[in-house]
Design a protein around this ligand. Structure first.
Ligand SMILES: NC(=O)c1ccc[n+]([C@@H]2O[C@H](COP(=O)([O-])OP(=O)(O)OC[C@H]3O[C@@H](n4cnc5c(N)ncnc54)[C@H](O)[C@@H]3O)[C@@H](O)[C@H]2O)c1
Length: 436
């Protein structure tokens, strides 16, 4: 275990308590000294007792020497700090140093009986670190030897204050590696946890931790922004949020968390604007909620930019309403997209399995007339009609008529805004997803 801070000590003690022979190493002699006398160098509920037990039982040792730590070891877990640089980047110098230390030590020590040593990064590192920093440092450090060493990212999800409980009931156990022997070593190491190991691409594992932390931070700020406004309106935000959390269908669920196109429709933009208006007249700043409108706009811009970059003249837009199975065009981002593309001189043909301009009434009709006055002329009756002669297709509907037609006559460029077209369409040449 390289680094005996919060993550390293919790992991070392928990793994040692399940019979693995663990050697912890730290550049800080005081932390090594604490473990040696059976105490935790960091305050964490239950950790002193777990460390004391593992040290007394002979499964947990501490040293200031990386050589002693990796001698005969199957796995090194790198748990060193990755603090912010002055400009907000990630300081990888501790990771680099730890990996260099491991490589240098491996040249000297007895290899493990398995013949392979695995270096597993547990620290939070930006996508690309294992492939661009860790693996080259290991390869360079071991050049000229026949030592086999593999690298992986295994993100840590524990929270300080409940580190031991979180370690044993981790929400996910994810290993990012290309090397099946490293995946197997991690699976064996954590075999005592009642958790399946998910083996993924290394960049996925690195990015996952950032996505989780960004989401958690966003959740806290969302609740605080709601509360900031509701307090001024004399509403008890704790009661609102408590009921909010009872909705596990739309609120606390995977709903709305699939990367895809912009939000729209008759409710979300309108009600968000209304909330922001209330905030303005009440004197509350809600930068996170205001930012959602700005970021939604960027999603539409990005699709327009992609179409422009395709060098297409003629574009088929397959799906016009704001989501499938409705003919509601109010604030549909697809209507906005069509309007912008027409404004840029593209020849746009539209197919939507549900929208029938003859049957549009009220606000829905007014919305179309203001943004797409010539909709009747733009609308095709069949997807094949919209696709005829099109250089590019933008797909906002995964209706089976759309999918079947794409498979029989795929255009040169295919921009998928749904993320759910299925492998047949996704493997067509010219396929481009949004956000992957
Ligand atoms: N603290 C958390 O709750 C938590 C949770 C998940 C992930 N993480 C991530 O895990 C990593 C470690 O976090 P932490 O809070 O345990 O950090 P920490 O600062 O408490 O511990 C890091 C330890 O690494 C030691 N160290 C630095 N360079 C070393 C080297 N070359 N050899 C040996 N030891 C070395 C330091 O002396 C220190 O004791 C960070 O990347 C962090 O983002 C932290």
């Amino acid at each position: 275990m390289i680094g005996l801070g919060y993550v390293g000590t919790v992991t070392a003690a928990c793994v040692a308590s399940h019979g693995h022979d663990v050697w912890g190493v730290d550049v800080d002699a005081a932390k090594v000294g604490e473990i040696r006398v059976g105490r935790s160098p960091v305050a964490e509920p239950g950790l002193d007792a777990l460390v004391a037990q593992a040290v007394a039982g002979g499964t947990l040792h501490a040293t200031a020497s990386c050589i002693d730590a990796v001698d005969g070891a199957d796995v090194s877990l790198v748990c060193v700090g990755t603090p912010s640089t002055a400009r907000g980047g990630t300081d990888l110098s501790y990771v680099r140093r730890a990996v260099d230390d491991i490589a240098a030590a491996m040249r000297i020590v007895t290899p493990p009986p398995s013949g392979q040593h695995s270096v597993v990064i547990r620290s939070t590192v930006p996508p690309g670190t294992v492939e661009d920093v860790v693996a080259p440092a290991l390869t360079g450090g071991l050049a000229g030897t026949d030592i086999t060493i593999g690298a992986a990212m295994c993100p840590e999800f524990l929270r300080e204050g409940s580190g031991i409980a979180d370690f044993f009931a981790s929400p996910l156990l994810v290993v990012g590696t290309r090397d099946p022997r490293v995946a197997e070593a991690v699976t064996n190491l954590f075999g005592f946890l009642d958790q399946p190991v998910r083996v993924v691409d290394v960049r996925i594992a690195e990015a996952l931790k950032y996505a989780c932390n960004a989401f958690h931070a966003t959740k806290v700020s969302f609740a605080n922004e709601v509360s900031r406004l509701l307090r001024l309106l004399g509403v008890d935000s704790r009661e609102v949020m408590s009921l909010f959390c009872e909705d596990q269908v739309l609120n606390i669920s995977s709903a709305y968390l699939r990367p895809g196109f912009a939000f729209g429709g008759s409710c979300l933009p309108k009600d968000l604007r209304s909330l922001l208006h209330l905030a303005r007249i009440s004197g509350a700043d809600l930068p996170l909620l205001a930012g959602t409108l700005a970021t939604n706009e960027l999603v539409i811009n990005e699709v327009v930019d992609r179409v422009v970059a395709c060098d297409a003249r003629s574009v088929a837009l397959l799906g016009l309403s704001f989501k499938m199975n409705t003919d509601d065009l109010r604030e549909s981002p697809n209507v906005e997209l069509a309007e912008r593309l027409i404004g840029k001189g593209f020849d746009v043909r539209i197919y939507d399995p549900v929208v029938n301009p003859a049957r549009l009434v009220g606000a829905n009709r007014r919305e179309v007339e203001s943004k797409l006055p010539h909709l009747r002329r733009l609308l095709a009756h069949q997807p094949s009609e919209a696709l005829r002669g099109a250089d590019a297709a933008i797909i906002s509907s995964s209706d089976h008529t759309v999918l079947d037609t794409l498979l029989t006559s795929p255009p040169r460029h295919l921009i998928d805004l749904t993320g759910r077209l299925g492998s047949q369409v996704e493997s067509l040449p010219g396929y481009e997803g949004l956000g992957w």
